[in-house]
Design a binder for this molecule. Sequence first.
Ligand code: NAD
Length: 255
Amino acid sequence: MASKDIERIADFILDSDSVVVFTGAGVSTESGIPDFRSPGGIWDKYDPNDFRYEVFINDPGEYWKKRLEMRKMGGFDFSGAEPNPAHLAIAELEELGKLSSVITQNVDNLHQKAGNKDENVIELHGSNKRVRCLECGSLYPAEMAWDKAEKGELPPKCECGGVLKTDTVLFGEPLPREAVKRAKSEAENCDLMIVVGSSLVVYPASSVPQISKKTGSALCIINLQPTNFDSIADVVIHGKAGEILPKIMDRVKKR
Ligand code: NAD
């Protein structure tokens, strides 16, 4: 890994008043959560078609039943995962007063667990910490719905009788409008965007770094494999986020 590139990203951070970090599944692989598209990733084990919004709507009870079976086999239950050095480095950026927000495609709550304030984390694909009632919109801790499902209430229901759904965005489901609006505004107004651990293929989330570049911010990408946007970035580092980000933060703090 080129120390010159680490130095350049540190310089960008030092020159910046508002850094936005855009994260994908790759920021959490070092916490033991597989990403979707790397070898051994989630799509090697499960069929993405089972995670379509219409599948849920057609038969929510069957959807919860399948998810419960997966959970019992240890699939898709990441509630015990802990933040890794990449999450902690991003939280440090906030402590230093440099961070405007973290825009994440992840649903694992690890940025908040690492210390980023809830209000500074924009969750484009929701969170698996919560469930939402499709009738009245009430939010509940996910554990409450899992408990109900385990006791045979399939699908688990809200007090109002409405069906509960994990508050994560399924394929074919619109992204939460408020989160998208905030993400766009953050991308337009930041002066530095750092992408960490995203293949940048999932649209529309992947358009966020493009917006920031078009509106004049610097763009840095830290990802294990090349992405489609490497060619428009100011600095690209191919490597592990949990190794690179702490090195960048060391440089930032030494100045
Ligand atoms: P992706 O699977 O498409 O891409 C992940 C990228 O991260 C890959 O390009 C890979 O090379 C890179 N990567 C893997 N480990 C890395 C590491 N240690 N350091 C740096 N880079 C690393 O994921 P995506 O772009 O986030 O998009 C897919 C969707 O995955 C998102 O919608 C997200 O909601 C969902 N997802 C989330 C989680 C989670 O919440 N932790 C886990 C799996 C998938």
